[in-house]
Design a protein. Structure first.
Length: 177
């Protein structure tokens, strides 16, 4: 096949992935069934990973697929499967729990705003000029050494979410029987 034919095929594949991204995003937004929403999100994130492949960034495509499709979407599916059925009536929440949750949310928001306002967001000239800082090898080395704790914390957050869903499912089964 000649170069022009490959370019047309490449463009067609790229636009097909864009169409799948839009279709997945639509499925993630419009249906009223939450499981369909999660499956639409998984389709959208998979198509975005494919777009990264078309753009020549295999590492980012793999990370997109592993993290968003492989971890987050599956964790959401497990949380849905283990949570209480939607047709059951929710018990009223105690005002003390609502107040504590609101206080924690406000405290977290203030902390995030403080970090954003104190951070110097302009890139240094040395970082912009040195492209080796953004190579796949440098990113991989940083993720496995300097930012290892971040990935461990993310896995703990996912574990806590799943344990919370299991506890919620256990409570709803005891309340419904």
């Amino acid at each position: 096949m000649d170069t022009a034919g490959l370019d047309i095929l490449n463009q067609a594949g790229f636009w097909a992935m864009v169409a799948l991204t839009v279709a997945g995003a639509s499925i993630a937004i419009f249906p009223r069934n939450i499981l369909y929403n999660v499956l639409g999100l998984a389709l959208c994130m998979t198509a975005i990973a494919a777009i990264y492949v078309f753009l020549g960034s295999l590492f980012i495509a793999l990370m997109q697929f592993l993290i968003y499709v492989g971890a987050i979407c599956i964790a959401i599916v497990f949380a849905i499967m283990l949570s209480r059925p939607l047709h059951l009536e929710m018990p009223p929440r105690p005002a003390s729990k609502v107040a504590m949750a609101t206080a924690a949310a406000v405290l977290f928001f203030v902390a995030i705003v403080g970090v954003v306002l104190k951070t110097d967001w302009t890139p240094s000239a040395a970082r912009v000029a040195d492209s080796s800082l953004w190579s796949v090898e440098a990113i991989g080395r940083a993720l496995l050494t300097r930012y290892e704790l971040v990935f461990e914390v993310i896995s703990l957050v996912l574990l806590v979410a799943i344990i919370g869903a299991v506890i919620t499912a256990g409570l709803s089964r005891r309340l419904s029987s």
